[in-house]
Design a protein around this ligand. Structure first.
Ligand code: SAH
Length: 253
């Protein structure tokens, strides 16, 4: 009985004039939460709008009209792969720093690369140079399996964590020197090298299927390179095709 009276008194206290401070605080708290919620909603909408504009102007507008590529690039949220200080530039027509002197590639260069490769849902893909994991995520949308190798442990760990959070079960991030490829899951239908080299890594050629395609920025470090497509023909010979002039960070050993 005494307990009931005490709780009644406590309850009545809340209704007293002194409780208005509590009410004000609760009101301000609700206001703050709803403010934060609507701000993040506005940000999400802006990102989505900027992504659609990126697809329209930078990708489709420059002649890449492959539907699965446009769909995958419209789905993967580039801003999640960009450090907070550059996030407002996530959908701009440029590469961006991702720390450790590395960069996330320009969206158009990624689209151009993918367009040439014609990746199928049955394909196993190897990427050398995970970086932020952005290209790996797009590959995860397009291919069956993706192995991506990163030489900088910190970047590899961050990308692995993010791709896991985003739910990609067909992407495996490996830490190591991608010059050696990744023998354990070879051969691959497609190999993409995301860093510049002036020699074609021999292990990558041997880990490529017959009929498979390897694309890499071939040329000197810290200068302009040639994005080069190498196809492994039935007789094992290699066919080279120059695609475009590009500038990538160097492949380190
Ligand atoms: N495709 C990435 C960008 C790659 S930047 C993205 O979408 O964000 C090039 C990356 O290649 C860098 O992270 C760099 O650390 C990595 N790299 C350089 N040399 C390497 C090597 N030998 N093996 C594996 N990764 C390498």
């Amino acid at each position: 009985m005494r307990q009931i009276i005490t709780s009644f008194q406590l309850l009545s206290n809340v209704m007293q004039p002194g409780s208005s401070i509590f009410c004000k605080r609760a009101f301000l708290f609700i206001l703050l939460i709803s403010g934060l919620f609507s701000t993040s909603l506005i940000h999400a909408q802006n990102y989505q709008m900027n992504r659609s504009t990126m697809i329209e102007e930078q990708i489709a507008g420059r002649g890449v009209d492959n539907a699965p590529i446009l769909e995958a690039m419209g789905k993967v949220e580039r801003h999640l792969f960009v450090p907070p200080e550059y996030r407002h530039l996530s959908y701009a027509d440029q590469a961006l720093p991702i720390g450790n002197q590395q960069t996330i590639s320009q969206p158009y260069v990624i689209a151009l690369t993918l367009d040439i490769l014609d990746i199928q849902k049955t394909h196993s893909v190897l990427e050398v140079g995970t970086g932020s994991g952005y290209l790996a995520a797009i590959l995860g949308e397009l291919a069956k399996d993706v192995i991506t190798v990163e030489i900088i442990e910190e970047l590899g760990n961050e990308a692995r964590q993010l791709l896991k959070t985003l739910g990609y079960k067909n992407i495996s991030v490996q830490t190591g020197d991608g010059f050696n490829g990744y023998k354990e899951k070879a051969p691959y239908d497609v190999i993409i090298v995301s860093a510049a080299t002036d020699v074609v890594p021999e292990p990558l050629i041997s880990q490529l299927k017959i009929g498979g395609k390897l694309i890499l920025p071939l040329g000197p470090e810290n200068k302009v390179q040639t994005l080069t497509l190498i196809t492994k023909q039935k007789n094992g010979k290699l066919k080279y095709k120059a695609i475009d002039k590009v500038r990538f960070v160097p492949l380190t050993r």
